[in-house]
Design a protein around this ligand. Structure first.
Ligand SMILES: Nc1ncnc2c1ncn2[C@@H]1O[C@H](COP(=O)(O)OP(=O)(O)OP(=O)(O)O)[C@@H](O)[C@H]1O
Length: 294
């Protein structure tokens, strides 16, 4: 019998998860072959607690039902193991699921899990945390921080958060970046590191990124005027950000970031806000460390 555990974030996205009852799932997973377990996350980081419990109960497959935040909490527990991660993308952005071509239609996503076609994907590591989609410091981290205080988890909330971040924009920190034997000292608008080629909503800052190439894709945008911020936003929407001369793209396996002044590092990691206190941090990649059904 296969033990399949569903971990559902009830507040992710537009709350489509109400469909995921035991009766509904039982119409897909035959009781002769599967034992279905369902748990709901009740607070931030609870999905990780539930994933660890599922591992102790010998789960074969753990299904994260939510967005990139829920996937991060669940997947971080099973990196390096042979437990398979299933995804039902009920979040708002669903960047990783979209990169993996997992349908947003619940029944289609369930069918993908049933087919059990497993791929091993790379996993990013920033300081002591895993990321599966992307992480960044600067404007994107500010947008995420402002988004977290909004009541609704929708695209409109991201736009509002971006406008607020635009108003708050300031360049009061210097960061030293070391990668590929190069040192860059910048007063950044944004330092964005990605494992996946999509942030969600079909937006990509790193279109060349692959979950399977053993490399991190990095976009460094140095200090730019507010006019150029708007221009960059437009270029991103038409997927032509390389035309902004301050936007530089790199591929690498290891990045060292040192903050020379300014406050603590305020990151976004898979769309969640994080503070990192250390002055120097490393970002690296663990190849093919996660078994994902897609
Ligand atoms: N019951 C709950 N109440 C409040 N927060 C929760 C609850 N369950 C999970 N969370 C938190 O909700 C946050 C958002 O989850 P998630 O990223 O899955 O959805 P999303 O933000 O709508 O989607 P995406 O990241 O794809 O845009 C995560 O930080 C998670 O820890």
């Amino acid at each position: 019998m296969k033990q399949i555990h569903f971990i559902i974030n009830p507040i992710a996205g537009s709350g489509k998860t109400h469909k995921l009852s035991k009766d509904y799932l039982a119409t897909f997973f035959e009781k002769e072959k599967y034992v279905i377990h369902i748990e709901y996350s009740n607070y931030k980081k609870h999905a990780a607690v539930l994933a660890k419990k599922a591992m102790e109960e010998s789960a074969d497959i753990i299904v994260a039902c939510g967005g990139d935040g829920t996937i991060n909490e669940v997947a971080s527990c099973i990196v390096g193991s042979t437990i398979k991660l299933g995804i039902i993308p009920t979040g708002s952005g669903n960047g990783l699921a979209s990169n993996l071509k997992i349908s947003k239609h619940i029944s289609k996503a369930i069918q993908i899990i049933k087919n059990e076609n497993v791929r091993q994907i790379d996993v990013g590591i920033i300081h002591d945390k895993y990321f599966f989609s992307n992480a960044g410091v600067g404007f994107d981290a500010c947008v995420v921080k402002n988004y977290e205080s909004s009541k609704r988890r929708k695209f409109k909330s991201y736009i509002k958060a971006a406008l607020k971040s635009f108003k708050e924009l300031r360049y009061d920190r210097k960061i030293e970046i070391e990668l590929n034997n190069t040192k860059i000292i910048t007063n950044p608008f944004m330092i964005f590191v990605s494992n996946s080629n999509e942030m969600g909503y079909n937006i990509s800052l790193t279109p060349k990124a692959s979950l399977h190439d053993g490399l991190l894709d990095m976009l460094i945008v140095s200090k730019i005027s507010k006019f150029k911020v708007l221009l960059l936003g437009f270029l991103i929407l038409i997927k032509k950000q390389q035309y902004l001369k301050e936007a530089n793209h790199f591929q690498t396996k290891l990045i060292k970031l040192t903050r020379h002044n300014g406050d603590l590092f305020q990151f976004q990691i898979d769309g969640e806000a994080y503070i990192i206190e250390e002055k120097t941090i490393f970002i690296t990649i663990k190849e093919k460390a996660l078994h994902v059904i897609s």
